[in-house]
Write a protein that binds this ligand. Structure first.
Ligand code: 13P
Ligand code: SF4
Length: 305
């Protein structure tokens, strides 16, 4: 069977069984082509809440499938690849955050959506990389404890200087591994290119950016810019997708290390197996967890509209 034969089967099964496929933009091109919705984590959480189908298959990592379940508890939510997790989302335990809350009792806890549902139960409001600045500006509190990404937290603190934003050590091992030297080298090799950086990178790399923003914001910047060359400093699939979409422009990857193994774990065959009930993992959570973890996500959606 070829890739396109499998894609055709998947499209037929989706229609027949009325199942929605959600795919984060870091997924491979063959998966994005068969998805009902694609985008950054904010868009996926929004469309999941509005979609009519009773079952969805998430091509992404575990916290993304959990977020869909939190917003639509009545739905059956299946993560296409059972082992796809996010090391950043899983790096703190409930006990770690309770300890921090005791140290900062008057701070509003802002949690990046890349956290487990368990940790979301301890947060006041959730943010994604595209909504962090807007939401931190909008919430009434002047003191914020930002978890778990200290790099997105530092970027937000720079953009919202009027507030005290406390961060804790922790972040995305893929983005945070990119060094200032690598970014400087890429700029030297492509002097005419705009450097587009995801704020999960370390502050010295993000500070070099011509534009810093979420996955979707980076893609929109490249679409709307008059520039013809771009260095993409986020997961390498974004440079690949942009190159297909905009063949008259040139997209350079900043480093061959910018590949998230968890995001790349899902295959087209995983989607097929999930559709026929032979694969994937169903997301299950207690009613209490759903109730308390969805509070911070609903606040994000309300403020982020
Ligand atoms: P966004 O989709 O919010 O840009 O986040 C990137 C990411 O690392 C997802 O895990
Ligand atoms: Fe997690 Fe980073 Fe991979 Fe996103 S890119 S899923 S934040 S490890």
């Amino acid at each position: 069977m070829t890739v396109s034969d499998l894609q055709k089967k998947i499209m037929e099964l989706k229609a027949e069984k009325q199942i929605t496929v959600l795919a984060h933009s870091y997924q491979s091109a063959p998966i994005l082509e068969i998805a009902n919705y694609t985008g950054d984590s904010f868009r996926l959480s929004q469309v999941a809440a509005e979609d009519k189908n009773k079952t969805c298959i998430v091509c992404g990592v575990h916290f993304m499938a959990e977020t869909v379940k939190l917003l639509s508890p009545e739905k059956e939510v299946i993560l296409a690849h059972p082992g796809a997790g996010c090391p950043m989302a899983e790096q703190f335990t409930v006990e770690d955050i309770l300890k921090l809350k005791r140290v900062y009792p008057n701070h509003t806890v802002v949690a990046y959506v890349n956290t487990t549902a368990e940790l979301k139960t301890l947060a006041d409001v959730c943010v994604t990389s595209s909504s962090a600045v807007k939401i931190c500006e909008a919430i009434p509190s002047d003191k914020i404890l930002f978890i778990p990404d200290c790099n997105l937290g530092a970027y937000t603190a720079k953009m919202v200087p009027e507030k005290e934003i406390v961060t804790v050590k922790g972040g995305c091992p893929v983005h945070a591994a990119i060094t200032l030297d690598e970014a400087l080298k890429a700029k030297k090799e492509h002097p005419g290119a705009k450097l587009l950086v995801h704020p999960e990178c370390i502050p010295s790399v993000t500070a070099l950016a011509d534009f810093a923003g979420s996955t979707a914001a980076i893609m929109n910047y490249a679409r709307n810019s008059d520039s013809k060359e771009f260095i993409i400093c986020t997961e390498n699939s974004i440079a690949e997708h942009l190159q297909y979409e905009l063949p008259d422009k040139d997209f350079y990857i900043l480093s061959s290390r910018l590949i998230c193994p968890d995001m790349k774990a899902t295959t087209l065959m995983d989607v097929y197996n999930a559709l026929i009930g032979k694969g994937g993992v169903r997301i299950e959570m207690s009613e209490d967890t759903i109730k308390s973890a969805s509070v911070c996500i609903n606040r994000m959606l309300e403020i982020g509209q």
